[in-house]
Design a protein around this ligand. Structure first.
Ligand code: SAH
Length: 393
C-alpha cells in the first residue's frame, strides 16, 4: 500500500449508516476523540431558506437579510462584504462573518488540457484536505466534488481509500467547491469564455452515501433556484456510491431526479469482496437490486462504474458475466482505465483487453462508454493530489 497518507485518520461511523458494516470498513473505531472533532463553522449553505431567515433573526437582523445574503452567494457567487452594497455598511461584516464564513482555502491549483481541466486542493478550517476538479467540455462543464475528507470504504485501488476517513464534510463545504468553480467560470478565468456549471458528480474523495444528510442538503442547495441555491438541474447531478444499499433506497424515496452511479468493478462477489470491501456487507445482487429500484423510482438510467484493472477484472468472461447481470435493465456502463495509485501493484488494462471488454458488452446490447481520463496527468482522479501533497510535505 502507498505510504502517502492524510494526517492521522480519525473517524466515527459515518452518519450511522456504517453501523452495519463489518469491523474496519467504517474507517476505524469512533472513539470519544472522534466525537469531539469540532464541526465546521455554520454557513448559510448548510441551511434551507427558512433556516437562514431564522438564523438572521437570531443574530438580531431582519429575516430578509438572509435572502439578500443568499442572492450574493448563490446568484452573484460572492461572499465579500465589500460587494454587498444593498446591506447597511455597518452590518455587512457581522452578517458575512456569521453566515458566510470562508470554509475552504485553496492550497494548490493545477490545470491541464489548455486550462479546461482545473484541479483544486482545499484546506478546511481544521486542516483537513479535500479536492475538486472542474472539467470543461464543448457542451458542458462538470465539477467533481468531495463529500468527505478521506474515505472509510478502503477500496484497495483507490488513493483515498488508503488513507482512511478523516471526517464528513458539511453541506456548505461541499457546496463551496461548486461555488468556487462557478465563480472561476463566471469570471472568464476558464478558457472558452464565461460559462456555468451544468453537471456535478460526487466522485471526488469520500463515499457520499456515508455522509447522507450533508450530501442531500448539498444536492438541494446545488439544485434549488436562486436565492435558495445555485439552480443547477437535478438531472445534471450524479451521486456515486460503493453500494450502501439502505442509503440507495433512501435516496430513491427523496423525489429527486439525480443520477445514481454504482461502483461495481466486478460482476462476482469473490473479486468484489476484495476490490470493494463493503461488498462483504451488501453483495452484488443486493446492490444491483437497489440500483434497479432506484432506476424504477426516478426513471434515470443507472451508471455502472467499472475500473479496468489489468488481469484482475478485465477478462472476457467477466465482461460476459457483467452483461448478463445488466441485460434488460436501465443501465449504462462506464469503463474507467485504472488510474494507478502510487505504490500499487495494479495498473490499467491493456488497450486490446479494454476493447474486447467493451465490445462484449456492446454485443449484448449494453450501453457502454470508456471514460476519458482527463486530468490524470495532474493526479486528476481519486484522491491523488491530496495524497501527493502529504508526500511532498
Ligand atoms: N465513493 C464513491 C465516490 C468516489 S470515487 C464511489 O466509490 O463510487 C469515484 C469513482 O472513481 C468510483 O467509481 C471509484 O471506484 C473510482 N476510482 C477510485 N480510484 C480509482 C482509480 N485509481 N482508478 C480508476 N477509478 C478509480
Amino acid at each position: 500500500m502507498p505510504s502517502a497518507a492524510l494526517p492521522v485518520p480519525v473517524s466515527g461511523p459515518p452518519d450511522g449508516l456504517a453501523a452495519g458494516l463489518p469491523a474496519g470498513l467504517a474507517g476505524g473505531p469512533g472513539g470519544p476523540a472522534a466525537r469531539r472533532r469540532p464541526a465546521p463553522p455554520r454557513h448559510l449553505a448548510d441551511l434551507d431558506p427558512a433556516g437562514r431567515r431564522a438564523a438572521a433573526a437570531e443574530l438580531g437582523h431582519p429575516r430578509f437579510r438572509a435572502d439578500q445574503l443568499s442572492r450574493h452567494y448563490f446568484g452573484r457567487l460572492t461572499d465579500d462584504p465589500g460587494d454587498m452594497t444593498d446591506l447597511p455598511a455597518g452590518t455587512r461584516a457581522a452578517l458575512t462573518a456569521a453566515l458566510l464564513p470562508r470554509l475552504l482555502t485553496a492550497e494548490r491549483e493545477l490545470t491541464c488540457d489548455q486550462g479546461t481541466t482545473r484541479k483544486a486542493l482545499w484546506r478546511a478550517f481544521d486542516g483537513a484536505y479535500v479536492e475538486s476538479v472542474l472539467m470543461r467540455y464543448p457542451d458542458r462543464v462538470t465539477m467533481c466534488v468531495s463529500s468527505q475528507a478521506g474515505c472509510g470504504m478502503a477500496c484497495p485501488f483507490c488513493a483515498t481509500g488508503q488513507a482512511g476517513l478523516t471526517r464528513n464534510l458539511s453541506a456548505a463545504e461541499i457546496v463551496a467547491q461548486v461555488v468556487a468553480g462557478a465563480r472561476a467560470l463566471a469570471s472568464g478565468e476558464v478558457p472558452g469564455g464565461p460559462g456555468r456549471i451544468s453537471n456535478v458528480v460526487f466522485m471526488g474523495m469520500g463515499e457520499p452515501l456515508a455522509n447522507y444528510a450533508s450530501v442531500l442538503a448539498a444536492v438541494r442547495r446545488l439544485t434549488d433556484r436562486v436565492p435558495g441555491g445555485l439552480g443547477i438541474s437535478q438531472r445534471g447531478i450524479t451521486v456515486s456510491t460503493v453500494g450502501l444499499v439502505p442509503a440507495i433506497g433512501r435516496l430513491a424515496s427523496e423525489g429527486l431526479s439525480v443520477r445514481l452511479a454504482v461502483s461495481l468493478h466486478a460482476p462476482d462477489d469473490e473479486l468484489r469482496d476484495e476490490l470493494v470491501p463493503v461488498n462483504r456487507r451488501w453483495q452484488v445482487a443486493e446492490v444491483l437490486a437497489a440500483a434497479w429500484a432506484y432506476a424504477e423510482a426516478t426513471g434515470r438510467r443507472v451508471s455502472v462504474e467499472y475500473a479496468l484493472i489489468r488481469d484482475i477484472n478485465d477478462q472476457a468472461w467477466r465482461a460476459d458475466a457483467l452483461a448478463a447481470l445488466l441485460a434488460g435493465q436501465l443501465a449504462h456502463v462506464n469503463l474507467i482505465p485504472l488510474n494507478p495509485t502510487p505504490g500499487s501493484r495494479w495498473t490499467a488494462s491493456r488497450p486490446r483487453d479494454m476493447r474486447e471488454f467493451e465490445a462484449r458488452l456492446a454485443a449484448r446490447g449494453i450501453p457502454v462508454t470508456v471514460r476519458d481520463t482527463r486530468g490524470s496527468q495532474i493526479d486528476g482522479a481519486c484522491g491523488q493530489l491530496a495524497a501527493s501533497n502529504q508526500a511532498d510535505g
